[in-house]
Ligand binder design. Structure first.
Ligand code: NAP
Length: 283
């Protein structure tokens, strides 16, 4: 039997609709929401992603400024721009797009993003607060994983979730959010011994690696739920996840790529931006 498709389109549309209404209200009250995306790369898939954020923001009535510093930008230039945007009262959300030029590390630079404008949870302060169970913006992709499972009524309490990938952008924050949902979480990475043994013991597998086909039927228990976070560009201009097509006949439910985690991630970035603008209006 083929796995149930856990689409992100419906949830993405609902979150976008809420953000659009909130953005209109903010604009009417004199605080038009604004997102700034700082880019310092010539990477084509990154450019595609940034354009899609700008398009979604525009449709939702959120001003989106793409601050392109060029692939030759230094860490100092990027840090200075992040600090300037953090001090600019007209900007409510700031995203630092990866990859970054050699010599510029996200972990270092993201500290220059004001915590209250850190709508993609990149500042280490946000991750620390998330880990401590305190209010903070979670990285949108990690939040999208949990929101999508929630939307499709996948029970997490007491269930074993294997997260494959431990980046600060996806794997680690997703693990914290899943713990908050009372799941029993195992985090796997490139040094995990016998990945298939760990993941096939799990009720839910979250694949966040960036390697097409890494998760095969042998990695999945029959009937398990699989969330595919991977976005790997194909030679023909398409997109595939980390999950091999063989999983479709083994899993109980599976998120598609594209159309799964992606649309929810973008919608949550918009939601975070209007929340940041709402908080700024009250200050
Ligand atoms: P990343 O920083 O490169 O991290 C990849 C993780 O996978 C690392 O923790 C790495 O382990 C682990 N890994 C690598 N090879 C492995 C293997 N053979 N077995 C088990 N684990 C392995 O990537 P990322 O930024 O987290 O992104 C992961 C994927 O999500 C990418 O495809 C990215 O494009 C996608 N993504 C999607 C969205 C969305 O909105 N849908 C947003 C962001 C990212 P080590 O730590 O040991 O190196």
């Amino acid at each position: 039997m083929s796995a149930t498709v856990l689409s992100g389109k419906e949830l993405g549309a609902a979150v976008r609709a809420e953000a659009t209404a909130a953005a209109a209200e903010l604009a009417a009250s004199g605080t038009p929401p604004k997102l700034a995306v700082v880019v310092a790369t010539a990477d084509e898939s990154s450019a595609w992603y940034v354009r899609s954020i700008a398009r979604s923001a525009g449709k939702a009535g959120i001003d989106c400024e793409i601050v392109d510093l060029g692939a030759e930008a230094t860490a100092e230039q990027i840090g200075d721009r992040l600090a300037a945007l953090s001090a600019d009262a007209s900007v409510h959300g700031i995203i630092l797009q990866t990859p970054l030029p050699a010599g510029a590390a996200l972990e270092d630079l993201a500290s220059a993003i004001a915590f209250e404008k850190d709508v993609d949870g990149a500042n280490p302060l946000s991750l620390g607060r998330l880990a401590a169970g305190l209010p903070a913006f979670a990285p949108a992709t990690a939040e999208a994983v949990v929101a999508l499972l929630d939307h499709h009524k996948v029970e997490l309490t007491g269930r074993h979730v294997a997260v494959v990938g431990r980046s600060t952008v996806v794997g680690k924050p997703a693990a914290h959010l899943l713990l908050d949902k009372n799941a029993t979480v195992t985090v796997c990475h490139s040094r995990t011994r016998d990945l298939a043994a760990v993941t096939s013991a799990a009720d839910v597998v979250v694949a966040a690696v960036g390697r097409p086909g890494l998760i095969t039927a042998a990695h999945v228990r029959p009937g398990a739920v699989v969330v595919d976070v991977g976005t790997n560009p194909t030679a023909d201009g398409g997109l595939v996840g980390d999950v091999d097509p063989s999983v479709t006949d083994r899993a109980g439910a599976l998120t598609p790529v594209p159309g799964g985690v992606g649309p929810v991630t973008t919608a949550l970035l918009l939601q975070h931006t209007v929340k940041a603008a709402q908080a700024a209006r009250l200050r």
